[in-house]
Design a binder for this molecule. Structure first.
Ligand SMILES: Nc1ncnc2c1ncn2[C@@H]1O[C@H](COP(=O)(O)OP(=O)(O)OP(=O)(O)O)[C@@H](O)[C@H]1O
Length: 354
């Protein structure tokens, strides 16, 4: 029933995102403004509503119009230095192999020298940056336009330096969840691109759009799961029962993908807690030390420093869940006092920021 599984991947780039035409126009207008400093943008909105797609699509549109340099950076798990080194590597005039040990100040200097033409730098997962220095450094470089992508725009802006925050707030684009009809249109198009024949009814697509409350990622994964279930059950067309049973499978897949997208040492921490079932903060540190020694000996990837894991952790019990529809991807949920609470951000900064 599925003709091309790639159509359902997050990385699949539909040429023209439906129902984001006005926002695409808005972005293109900002990018082509004659004064580059006026063009920085903040895109905010819940997970899975097409923020990355919008940015990629608009920036790719520019390729045909101008020779602007484009750089995409996923900030997840990166320090200020990592982000700057990553941008440096991606630049046409930058170095191909920037050493991890290159000090942040040197990376800054090299960036200023390397960026001579107009350059758009898209920073995805912006709120996962532990500090906002990377944003300030990039905004300070002439010819650079910054596009930051975050979930909670207001909260993130409040963490920035006032001038930087003001600049990005001027170009703040807030995306919302799709309406049922809108998401059903998006799903209809995916079904045409990714499924054989015409195996799904519009009413079923609307039911999916409604169930997932307008979140495109969940809708697309549910459609894929419904098609898989129909195939496994020998149905020639997708039945309502396949749709009803698709949501759990879709959520599992999204959770798995989120886990895989975590930086490597966060996965190590997650698996320690998951395997232990219940673990104290102290033991978690100890086990991480051992795992880090095994995993990282001779590897260019550095383990997290102790400060990044320090804290008076409560007794943790791993709850088998990586947040799949919440505001951030690397927020783990633990069961504490029989309540499920987001007590730990296995982010670059803390393990117990309750
Ligand atoms: N308007 C649209 N038309 C077609 N596909 C869409 C549209 N909006 C979102 N999608 C699809 O939904 C999925 C999620 O989109 P995307 O990754 O851009 O969301 P996001 O808001 O950046 O999520 P996160 O905050 O979790 O990174 C992708 O497969 C994307 O192609």
């Amino acid at each position: 029933m599925i003709a091309d599984t790639r159509v359902f991947d997050d990385s699949f780039l539909p040429p023209d995102p439906l129902h984001r035409e006005a926002e695409t126009e808005q972005l293109l207008r900002r990018f082509t403004t004659t004064h580059p400093r006026a063009s920085d943008v903040l895109i905010s909105g819940p997970s899975g509503v097409g923020k990355t797609l919008l940015a990629r699509n608009a920036v790719n549109h520019l390729e045909t119009q101008t020779d602007i340099t484009r750089v995409f950076v996923d900030s997840l798990g990166k320090t200020t230095g990592d982000v700057l080194r990553c941008v440096l590597e991606e630049l046409p005039r930058g170095s191909n192999d920037v050493p991890q040990t290159l000090p942040t100040t040197d990376a800054c200097r090299q960036l200023r020298d390397a960026i001579t033409d107009e350059t758009i730098i898209v920073l995805d997962e912006g709120e996962d940056l532990p500090q906002t220095n990377a944003i300030s450094e990039l905004l300070a470089i002439e010819n650079v336009t910054v596009v930051a992508i975050v979930h909670d725009g207001t909260d993130w802006l409040s963490r920035l330096d006032v001038t930087d925050g003001h600049r990005l707030d001027q170009g703040h684009l807030k995306l919302d969840r799709y309406g049922v009809d809108e998401l059903a249109d998006i799903l209809e198009r995916r079904a045409r691109q990714g499924l054989h024949g015409d195996p799904v009814m519009r009413a079923q697509l609307e039911a999916i759009a409604d169930e997932v409350a307008g979140v495109a990622r969940e809708g697309i994964q549910s459609l894929r799961a419904a098609a898989e279930l129909a195939h496994e059950r020998g149905h020639r067309r997708i039945r309502d029962r396949d749709v009803d049973d698709s949501y759990e499978r879709a959520k599992r897949r999204i959770r798995q993908l989120n886990l895989q997208s975590l930086p490597y040492h966060h996965q190590v921490l997650y698996s320690i807690i998951h395997d232990a079932g219940e673990i104290t903060g102290e033991k978690l540190h100890d086990r991480y030390e051992v795992a880090a020694e095994v995993v990282y000996s001779g590897s260019p990837v550095q383990p997290l420093g102790k400060r990044a894991r320090r804290g008076k952790l409560p007794k943790l019990q791993a709850y088998d869940l990586i947040d799949y529809d919440g505001p951030t991807r690397d927020r783990l949920y633990w069961v504490v006092d029989e309540k499920i609470e987001p007590v730990a951000r296995i982010g670059t900064e803390t393990l117990n920021s309750k």
